[in-house]
Every structure is written in C-alpha cells, then in structure tokens.
Design a protein around this ligand. Structure first.
Ligand code: FAD
Length: 555
C-alpha cells in the first residue's frame, strides 16, 4: 500500500490549515495538507474581513501585499453604511479606508491602531486562492488536493492516517509526527479526539443569497460602501459588496418565529432590503443560508492530535472574526510544534496550546454573541417613523443612526479583538505582578505585561518593530549597558534560538517601560525586566515548556 510520511499532517486546506502549513514551512518544518477540494478551488462566499493581526501574520509569511492587492477595486470605499434600505436614506456611516489609502489614512475609527498591517476587506472566495498559490509554492508544503482523511490512530511516536484519493478511489496511509485538524465545522478530527462543542447552538438563522446585479451599483446613492445595512420596520438586512462591481451577498436576518430558512419569501426579502422595485433584475448565484452559533470545544488536543479554527470553535460572524481567530490558533500551534520538532523544546510545550487558545476563543465567542444579540434587538426595535419624510423622520433617523454607529463601530473597528487579548494562564509565560489591561471589542491598551501582544511601534527611520524580530525568541534591549550574557548563554545552552534586538531607549519608552522584553515567536511577551533574570536557565526552561514536564513528573 502507498505510504506517505511527513512531520505534520494538516487535515483541511482552508484558511487555517494553509496558514499553519505556511508558518511551519517558514520555520523549516515540512507538512502535508490534505484537502478535499480541487487545487485553488474557492470556498463558498463567507468571510469578508481579514483582521490586522492576520495581516501581520501574512506580512511575515510574505503574503500581505498579494492579499492587499486582491479583492475590491483599490479605490472602493470599505465603509459600513446604515440606511433605511440599500438605496434609501443614510442613517449613519462608519468610515473605513479603501485599500489604496489603507497605509496613509488618518482620523477614522480604525486608523489609530499601532500596526504595520491594517485590516483588509476581501471575500474568502478571492482570499483562499491567493493563500493556496503562496502555500503551494513554499518548500516543505505538500498539498494533496481531492484527498479526504477518513480516520487516524495514534502511537507513542506518530500518528497514522488513512487517506483516500477522491478521483482514483485509492486508499493509502500518511504517517506523521503530529496531526492538526483544520477541517472546519464538521471536523472528523474533533470527533476522533473526543472533543465536544458546547455553548449556544442557535443564536439566529440567516437566509443568505449571493446575487449578480450589475445595475445595482449605480442605484446606490452617494459615496459607495463595502457593507450596506438596512434598518426599516419591514425587513432589515445586510448587503456586502463582493467584487465592487456586480456581485453582492445579501443576508436576511430571520426573526424569532421564522424558524426555517425559507420561512420568508427570498425574493421579497431581497427587494425589501435593497429597496428596489418589482422590475429590478438580478440573478441568484448561490444560496448561502447559515446559522449563527456560539460553540467552543471542551478540548483542543489529544496527545499528538490538535484542532484549530472552525474545528475548535464556531460563532456568529459578528466582527468577522471566525477565520481570524482560527489563524491566531494556527500561529500559536505552529511555533510550538516547530520548537518540539526542531528539538529545542520538549513535547510538554504543547500543553500550552489549549491553555492559551481555549480561553481566548471563549471570550471572543461571547463578544460576538453579545454583538449579535444587541443587533437583533436593534433591528426588531426599528420604528416605522424611520422612513417618514420631513423633520420628524429626520429626528428618528438621527437617533437610530447614532445608536447603530455607537453599537457597531465596535465590531467594524475591532482593535481590542485584534490586539487586546492576552494569554493569562499559560504554563510557558513568566508572569510578574503586572496586571493585564482589560479590553473591549473596540479598544485596548498596548502593554508589556507577560502574555500580551508585544506593542508595535515604528522606529524613527520608518522600520516596523515586527520586521526586526527574529523568527523564534527575540530579546528587546532598550539599554545596551544592560548585561544579557547570562540569558543569551542559557538560551544557547538549551538550543533555544534567541535574537537580541538593540533599540534606542527613547524609541518606545512609554510602550516598553522595562529595559528588556523577551518576545515569543508569535509576538507575545514571555518575560520582561530591567536586568537579566536571576536564574536565566530556569527562565529558558519555563518558556520552552520544560518546567511543565518537571512539574508533571513531580506531581
Ligand atoms: C456568513 C459568514 C461570514 C463570515 N465572515 C467572516 C469574516 O468576515 N471574518 C472571519 O474571520 N471569519 C468569518 N467567517 C468565518 C469563516 O468563514 C470561518 O471561520 C473560516 O472559513 C474557518 O476556516 P477553517 O480553515 O477553520 O475551516 P474551513 O474554511 O471550513 O476549511 C476546512 C477545510 O477542510 C476541508 N476538509 C474537511 N474535512 C476534511 C477531511 N476529512 N479531509 C480533507 N479535507 C477536509 C474542507 O474541504 C475545507 O476546505 C464567516 C462565516 C460565515 C458563515
């Protein structure tokens, strides 16, 4: 029987699996990605928001510019516009720069973020083929398309999976050191590792339709928008520009008492949300009905098998964060797997993955659900007077618009979700007595408290801090007089790759109050201090997961 071998078998080549493969390859680790779809075959038309944090990841992987250059036309505004109908009166507008001014725009609610890579609006149908081509060209990544992983078993040293070629029907074996289930919401891997999802299985059903309507763009009054959100007493809904020309995704958010996707006449709902007459012509490209949920797996790992992305968590796509959180899972898992496979960390490092990611995905899922519930309440409460002509209608529109803006600026400009989360219960972070700053979906305080994302800043010469970091651990030193030899030697002694980055003290004194900050391969702070640690070897053993193994043995 045919037999393939790899270090990491990734089940599923969606955005999460492809990111994991790319980052592993970037760290020198080979992988096989098994994916049932054809090479480069686009997924269904779901996600439209690539977060700044994901774009930072893409920047490191050499992919950010390719992604940035794809999607809506360069000058197409990324604004969210609240209106009575898509073609009706505007109630509020959340300004988001078009991609041609993404790096230079100032003053809007999502331009204040300290990042080298602001967010990007692009539909998943355009994003995934770009990711696929980039991943497929990386040495160390093998993508087996038209391949389903049907089952796997675990031994002490490896995982053995059964693969089937969907075209030839051939069944064969793939042997790997580790397996990552990035196989989406119906994950076989989740089932096999005995994980169960818990939370809220149905928050809301959405009747969703992708249409082609070339004449719509010219019927939309005023400055164009990426997203049109209709608020009227007849039918509220969301219309998303997919190609900035003729393709639109229309979500009809069903109310309680509308239990089936087809409870409401689809054509009527589309026309009411758009505010177009009976003779308006459109073509249905696909029906994309979906159920908004809040579900998180109770475990993310069983021995050598892990789950990430939709396999591990599913939530209603408010703030557009499902894929982005899955990519953050992949970034956490990737460096840990690479460290173990390259031999500078014991397998116990991998315990940190679930301890770090599971609580974060719980938090994000709750943020998304709360946002969804607030929006559901707002839609339901839309007063009929919102469509009245004259001053009375104007006053109602001003109120409804303000409420819509105040509520939703949090999800469309979600700086907190991007940068505010921190790992508070990790066994491989050296916590001190600093308190993690709280964050909301919108807001956050950059911080060097261990566990937080390393605050980003640009150097006076315009370089990004993140471009200076090494691929593995980096030690930022803001005062060259501070002796770091002990830490450097301890890292070398254990084979932990460490790059010392010397920076002028004045470059970020407010953001980095300590003279030293140790940054992990995933850009989270592992430790900080004003002088080298008193016991450098213990610190190195903690951050590479050896202390976890020692504690386990002692117990
Ligand atoms: C309407 C809507 C809007 C959304 N908007 C956003 C947004 O703006 N931003 C955002 O971040 N997220 C958004 N999401 C969520 C986002 O689409 C998902 O979170 C994302 O696709 C998850 O990626 P994944 O790689 O984990 O899983 P998937 O994209 O589901 O990929 C899994 C892959 O695994 C393959 N596969 C499955 N089983 C096997 C097997 N046994 N063997 C081989 N291959 C297998 C499948 O073919 C698939 O390609 C939205 C979702 C919806 C429904």
């Amino acid at each position: 029987m045919r037999q393939e071998k790899t270090s990491v078998l990734i089940v599923g080549g969606g955005p999460v699996g492809l990111t994991l493969a790319m980052d592993l390859a970037w760290r020198g680790i080979d992988s096989i990605v098994a994916e049932t779809r054809y090479p480069g075959e686009p997924p269904s038309v779901k996600c439209n928001h690539v977060s700044a944090r994901t774009m930072e990841t893409f920047r490191r992987l050499g992919l950010a510019q390719k992604v940035r250059d794809t999607g809506l036309p360069a000058d197409y505004p990324n604004d969210a516009s609240y209106r009575t109908t898509s073609t009706g009166i505007e109630l509020a507008r959340i300004p988001i720069p078009a991609r041609n001014e993404r790096y230079t725009a100032t003053g809007g609610p999502d331009t204040w973020w300290p990042t080298p890579e602001p967010p990007h609006r692009i539909n998943q149908t355009f994003l995934e083929p770009v990711m696929f081509a980039h991943a497929a060209a990386m040495p160390g990544v093998r993508i087996l398309n038209r391949t389903v992983i049907e089952d796997f078993s675990q031994g002490d040293h490896n995982v053995t999976a059964t693969a089937r070629d969907l075209d030839s029907g051939e069944t064969y074996v793939i042997e790997a050191k580790y397996l990552a289930g990035c196989d989406g919401s119906r994950s076989m891997v989740r089932r096999k590792i005995g994980a169960t999802l818990s939370g809220t299985p149905v928050i809301q059903r959405v009747q969703s339709t992708c249409i082609r309507a070339p004449q719509l763009l010219d019927m939309l009054p005023g400055k164009k928008a990426w997203m049109y959100l209709s608020l009227n007493p007849r039918r509220c809904g969301t219309v998303i520009a997919i190609d900035g020309k003729e393709t639109w995704l229309i979500h009809n958010h069903l109310y309680e008492g509308e239990p089936e996707f087809d409870s409401i006449d689809r054509d009527w709902a589309i026309r009411t949300i758009l505010g177009v007459p009976d003779d308006f012509q459109y073509e249905v490209v696909s029906k994309e009905d979906w159920t908004g949920r809040r579900l998180v797996a109770d475990r993310f790992r069983d021995r050598r098998a892990f789950i990430a992305g939709d396999a591990a968590h599913l939530w209603i796509p408010y703030a557009g964060y499902g894929m982005n959180a899955g990519i953050a899972d992949a970034m956490d898992l990737s460096w840990m797997l690479a460290a173990v496979l390259r031999g500078w960390a014991p397998a116990s490092l991998l315990d940190a993955y679930e301890r770090e990611r599971q609580p974060i995905t719980e938090q994000v899922s709750k943020f998304a659900m709360e946002m969804a519930l607030n929006n559901m309440r707002q839609r339901k409460a839309t007063p009929p007077e919102v469509e009245l002509p004259g001053p009375e209608g104007d006053a109602v529109r001003a109120r409804v618009g303000k409420e819509a803006y105040d509520l939703n600026v949090h999800q469309y400009c979600c700086g907190g979700l991007n940068f505010g989360y921190f790992y508070a219960q990790s066994p491989v972070i050296a916590y001190d007595d600093g308190e993690h700053p709280t964050y909301t979906m919108y807001d956050f305080t950059p911080s060097t408290v261990p566990g937080c994302r390393a605050p980003h800043f640009f150097l006076p010469d315009g370089r990004s801090l993140y471009d200076l970091l090494g691929p593995d651990y980096s030690l930022l030193r803001f005062d060259k007089a501070v002796d770091v030899d002990g830490l450097v030697q301890a890292a070398a002694h254990r084979g932990v790759p460490l790059t010392v980055v010397d920076l002028p003290a004045e470059s970020a004194a407010e953001l980095y109050p300590h003279k030293l900050a140790l940054i992990r391969p995933d850009q989270h702070i592992a430790w900080r201090g004003d002088s080298g640690p008193s016991d450098p070897l213990s610190l190195i053993d903690l951050i590479r997961g050896a202390a976890v193994a020692a504690a386990r043995q002692a117990a």
